[in-house]
Design a protein around this ligand. Structure first.
Ligand SMILES: [Zn+2]
Length: 255
């Protein structure tokens, strides 16, 4: 279901964009730069401004996205149902998949309500409109940072394909990663390690969990007093210590 239809934003009830009948799934997007949105009114302004950028700035027929999910978890209508949309970057992507943007950017995390909003949207598209339950990220279509490492890790670990109301699972994307793994969840881990003050001098944030990443995780754990002897696996203890060390490191940096 749509929580806030187009008319709520002062737009025509149905989009002027071309007809399409997307059935292949839902594609997750983000804003790019951080949005720092903090409530419903801010998200409404953001949604109206986004349409302004797309129509006046880019000359599109309408806002590019099918849907948006606000930081409070509200499902905002964009082009809505049965419209070709402009977010995926390929003709078939735009014709066959719906798009949803979470109104956050780089370095920001979705709220639990936002995660559940995506789940509610997916469940409704599936049950009422014959859309596949597949959830992908923008970067599965074209080369782009979108939807960012945080959201893409949630795409990959199946967080968005859970039933609405299931535990949010946010923050657990890195659990169980181990030496030899690669991909966006490892990229996220490596970013978090650098936020905790660890260094990755040779390979940097490369999305590949090798000895350097293992050593950085062990260093973080030792800062928190752990007796661990290697950082080869992201256990729940390691994850808790990583978050604690980030908090300590960030407050030391500010103080
Ligand atoms: Zn995107």
């Amino acid at each position: 279901m749509i929580d806030y239809p187009r008319t709520y934003f002062g737009w025509s009830a149905s989009s002027p964009a071309d007809y399409a009948d997307p059935r292949s799934g839902l594609v997750v997007h983000y804003n790019g730069p951080p949005t720092d949105l903090d409530g419903h009114a801010a998200c409404v302004s953001y949604w109206k401004n986004t349409r302004g950028h797309h129509v006046d700035g880019r000359g599109w027929d309408d806002i590019g996205y099918s849907f948006g999910v606000s930081v409070e978890g509200g499902i905002f209508e964009g082009r809505g149902l049965r419209r070709y949309q402009a977010a995926q970057g390929t003709f078939s992507g735009n014709a066959n998949y719906y798009s949803v943007t979470l109104m956050i950017g780089e370095g920001e995390r979705p709220t639990d309500a936002q995660i559940d909003g995506v789940r509610r949207l997916r469940a409704w598209l599936r049950s009422d409109h014959g859309v596949s339950g597949t959830v992908l990220g923008h970067r599965d279509f074209v080369s782009t940072s979108c939807p960012g490492s945080v959201l893409y890790a949630l795409v990959e670990n199946g967080t968005f394909t859970q039933a609405p109301g299931a535990p949010p699972g946010s923050g657990d994307e890195m659990l169980g990663l181990k030496v030899g793994d690669s991909g966006s969840r490892v990229t996220l881990l490596q970013q978090m390690l650098t936020y905790a003050g660890a260094s990755l001098p040779e390979y940097g944030v490369d999305g590949s969990y090798g000895q350097e990443t293992s050593a950085a995780l062990l260093w973080v754990r030792k800062q928190m007093g752990s007796k661990a002897t290697d950082g080869d696996t992201v256990t729940s203890y390691a994850l808790a210590q990583l978050h604690a060390q980030i908090a300590r490191h960030q407050s030391a940096a500010v103080g």
